[in-house]
Structure formats: C-alpha cells, structure tokens
Design a protein around this ligand. Structure first.
Ligand code: S3P
Length: 168
C-alpha cells in the first residue's frame, strides 16, 4: 500500500508518518528529504536560489517520478498537493490522508521551527497566524480532495489502519 500524508506545515505529517509506517511495517519517506537528496542541498537554499515556481516543478518531478518500493508512507511538503496535478496523481496512485489542524494550533507548533521553512521565516505571533489562516484557506480545497481526513491533534496509527483497511 502507498500512503500519502498531506496537510499544512506543522500539521505533524512527519512525526505521524513515521509512527504509521512503523505500525504497518513499511518504509517511511519524506518528500522534502527526497528533494534534498536529489539536489544535494536544502529546500530552503533551493527556494532562495531559484524561487517557488522552480521548486514546485522539482517537487512534482520528484513526487511523480522517484522510484519507491511498492509499499510506503510518504509525508509530502505542505504545498505539494496544491500545485500542478499532484493531488489527482496521489489519489490515483495510493491512499491520501489529510492531517487537519486549526491555524492557531499550527502556529504554536511552527513557532520554534520556522528557520528551515522559507515561506514563514521571520514571521512572528499574529503575523504568523494570519499567514497560516490565509494560506490554509487557499489550500484547503486541495487538501480536502484527500480520501481520508483526520484530526491532526488526536490522530493515532491504529485508527488510521482501521480506516485504510475498511477500504480494501
Ligand atoms: C512548504 C512546506 C514545506 C516545504 C517547503 C514549502 C509549503 O514542507 O516543502 O518549505 O509550501 O507549505 P513541510 O510541510 O514538511 O514543512
């Protein structure tokens, strides 16, 4: 089974993805890390050097062409489902799960993890919350195309396994 975890930055995709992968005994991958392995540099540096549009092209290329095993959990970057045809592609190629979280909860989680994230670097307090509210509003129509929507605060691997197996 191929599982794609989607959601805003700070929604907990990587942390939860690792737990889910362990629970179903498949390898875990992180799209940003696959991109970094491909370019040999950080996502933040790529953004700074080439800009967002080029990053989105590269993100699509790595997502849709990287060779991965038959079974895996992949955590995608917060913007990945919202560009090109990535959301349709993921829905056609695996199970998609949206980890949903309210803007204030996201802001709390991102407060100490902003430096490596080019889109929110330097934003503080209310500025950060407003940025998240606006971006999330623009992105939710993509995120909501996921086959499963789960609460990012209370999600647990057993509940997700149950959801996924019900569909098999
Ligand atoms: C981005 C999210 C980041 C990373 C890049 C852009 C976004 O991934 O892909 O900084 O557009 O939301 P995480 O969601 O893993 O932080």
């Amino acid at each position: 089974m191929k599982v794609f975890l989607i959601g805003f930055m700070g929604a907990g995709k990587t942390t939860f993805g690792k737990r889910l992968a362990k629970r179903i005994d498949v390898p875990f991958f992180d799209l940003d890390h696959l991109i970094e392995a491909f370019t040999g540099g950080s996502v933040a540096d790529y953004f700074a050097k080439y800009g967002e549009e080029k990053f989105r092209e590269l993100e699509k290329q790595v997502l849709q062409t990287q060779e991965l095993p038959d079974n895996f959990v992949l955590s995608t970057g917060g913007g990945a489902p919202c560009f090109h045809d990535n959301m349709q592609w993921m829905n056609a190629n695996g199970k998609t799960i949206y980890l949903q979280l309210a803007p204030k909860a996201i802001a709390g989680r991102l407060e100490n993890a902003k430096e490596e994230r080019p889109l929110i670097k330097g934003l503080k307090g209310e500025e950060l919350v407003s940025f998240i509210e606006e971006r999330l509003a623009a992105r939710e129509s993509f995120y909501k195309q996921a086959q499963f929507i789960v609460d990012g605060l209370s999600v647990n691997p057993d509940a997700v396994v149950e959801l996924l197996t019900r569909q098999w």
